[in-house]
Design a protein around this ligand. Structure first.
Ligand SMILES: [Zn+2]
Length: 236
């Protein structure tokens, strides 16, 4: 799970969500050398339910929020190594700034990619998913607002991109049973969270490797790390 790629941030909180171009490229080069195959989270969801085969050494690379640097920096690096990513976009904020970062970022947040840039990335083979309309904490919303965030953003994305959208990532990885049911009702086929909360179609776990050195990145790719996180999640 990635957020921003650019110059490493000094702020410890931002550093968790930003990695340098060099570190990102080293991680992607590593995936290429290991002959990993990029897949979408939906393929992983089907595999978890026993309904699909995955290629050898599958990896799902995801970017949340749709920062402009995903378009300018990350996508060219991914493509240079023959990899594709899933990009989770905030549909009301395309071409604007990530005001939800304003409390941690100096100023008004960071620049986000435009619809035109999102369309270009979709044409180049990246998968597009929703990260809601306005990046709010979904468990805090009433039914109408929850439906507007989930169904509204899916329809906005489909209209703007001219393709079906079936993937969701919950903002802040905040999710409960009601949100999972609302995601299903809104027409999604799979949804991503993070932090090892759970492991199924409506709560696919993701690993943050923004701060990982190359050895740690490799460790986090391993099946052993996956089994460790799964076992830990079951205890919660
Ligand atoms: Zn986000």
């Amino acid at each position: 799970m990635y957020h921003r790629v650019g110059e490493g941030e000094r702020d410890p909180l931002l550093r968790r969500f930003t990695l340098s171009r060099e570190r990102f490229e080293a991680q992607m080069r590593c995936l290429r050398r290991l002959r990993c195959h990029a897949v979408s989270p939906e393929q992983i969801a089907r595999w978890l339910e026993g309904g699909a085969h995955l290629p050898p050494r599958p990896v799902a690379i995801t970017f949340d929020d749709g920062y402009a640097d995903t378009y300018h920096i990350a996508a060219p690096i991914l493509e240079a190594y023959g990899l594709r990513a899933t990009l989770f976009l905030v549909s009301d904020y395309m071409g604007r700034k990530s005001t939800w970062d304003a409390d941690v970022a100096a100023g008004e947040g960071f620049p986000l990619m435009s619809w035109e840039q999102a369309r270009a990335l979709a044409r180049r083979g990246h998968w597009i998913g929703s990260h809601t309309r306005t990046h709010r904490e979904l468990p805090l919303l009433d039914e109408a607002a929850l439906a507007a965030e989930l169904l509204g953003s899916r329809l906005d994305l489909q209209r703007q991109l001219g393709q079906r959208v079936h993937l969701l990532a919950y903002p802040y990885s905040q999710v409960d049973d009601r949100c999972r049911q609302a995601a299903r009702a809104a027409g999604y086929r799979a949804a991503c969270a993070g932090e090892g909360i759970d492991y199924h179609r409506w709560c696919l776990d993701r690993v943050n490797t923004a701060e990982a050195s190359l050895p740690l990145f490799l460790a986090k790719l391993s099946p052993w790390f996956y089994l460790f996180r799964r076992a830990r999640a079951r205890r919660w």
